[in-house]
Design a protein around this ligand. Structure first.
Ligand code: ADP
Length: 246
């Protein structure tokens, strides 16, 4: 496994409609590391995640995934890279309602992705506290349970890098703890987690928190507890709000 499975250098992306996106951002993530992305709303956190995972094409810079630059890669190669190295937890889960939980977790392998053994899919469901839900359908589950199915799916293929956009957004505190413990386990296995969160308690579980403001990296905090992360975020948010009032 690569020492730095994820490395972005001087990456920019602006939306065609004029949205800011991200501007000249660089960040590297070591194997077996856990990074949280925080910042005021509109700071570019989701855009960063999409660029880093190859879901959005970057305008400038390089995005190295498992040692290969995916910026400018052909779509078929990019699909293979994502399939072999990346797990993505979407904010809106992206589950297929007609499929059971187990089938949703195994979805990537049904579409030519990595082969996920049934046993591993069951383990992934168990890791997020969904033992006994394999045969349930998303429509019969709560938002928090659906979110955990999406997380199980991202973990089941044992990707080098797990990207997660607000992975605990719909979870009660007990389920959130389960998901954070699951991330802890995959990090201990040497995998890399990069997650967007607005919750300082969640970010505090990561080894470091990168703060974005106006599409740029503002600061990197290592070893901060939830209270200090909350204060840092509040300072940043009031600075941005104050500027927009002027
Ligand atoms: P965050 O995740 O930090 O809230 P985003 O990455 O969603 O920030 O957005 C960063 C900036 O890009 C914001 O100014 C937002 O308005 C803009 N933006 C995000 N998505 C789009 C889009 N689809 N079209 C145009 N602008 C967008």
């Amino acid at each position: 496994m690569n020492d730095f499975p994820l490395a972005l250098n001087n990456v920019s992306f602006h939306y065609a409609s004029g949205g800011l996106g991200i501007d000249d951002v660089s960040l590297s993530c070591k194997a077996g590391s856990w990074t949280a992305l925080m910042g005021p709303s509109g700071a570019g956190k989701s855009t960063f995640l999409y660029c880093a995972s190859g879901l959005l094409p970057v305008e400038n810079g390089t995005v190295s995934v498992a040692g290969r630059d995916i910026a400018g890669m052909r779509e078929s190669d990019l699909t293979r890279m994502r399939r072999d190295h990346i797990g993505f937890v979407f904010q809106d889960y992206n589950l297929v309602d007609a499929f059971t939980c187990l089938q949703n977790v195994m979805l990537p392998s049904l579409f030519g992705g990595p082969r996920i053994k049934k046993e591993r899919a069951f383990q992934a469901l168990s890791l997020v506290g969904l033992d006994g839900f394999a045969g349930s359908y998303p429509a019969d589950m709560s938002g928090g349970q659906r979110q955990r199915v999406a997380i199980a799916r991202a973990l089941a293929s044992q990707p080098d890098i797990v990207f997660a956009d607000e992975p605990t957004g719909a979870l009660d505190s007990r389920s959130a703890l389960m998901v954070l413990d699951a991330f802890s386990t995959v990090v201990e296995q040497g995998r890399t987690v990069l997650m967007v969160t607005h919750d300082p308690n969640v970010a505090a579980r990561a080894q470091r928190t990168v703060f974005l403001v106006d599409g740029k990296v503002d600061s990197v905090c290592e070893g901060y507890d939830a209270e200090h992360l909350a204060m840092h975020l509040a300072d940043m948010t009031s600075m941005v709000a104050g500027r927009s009032r002027r």
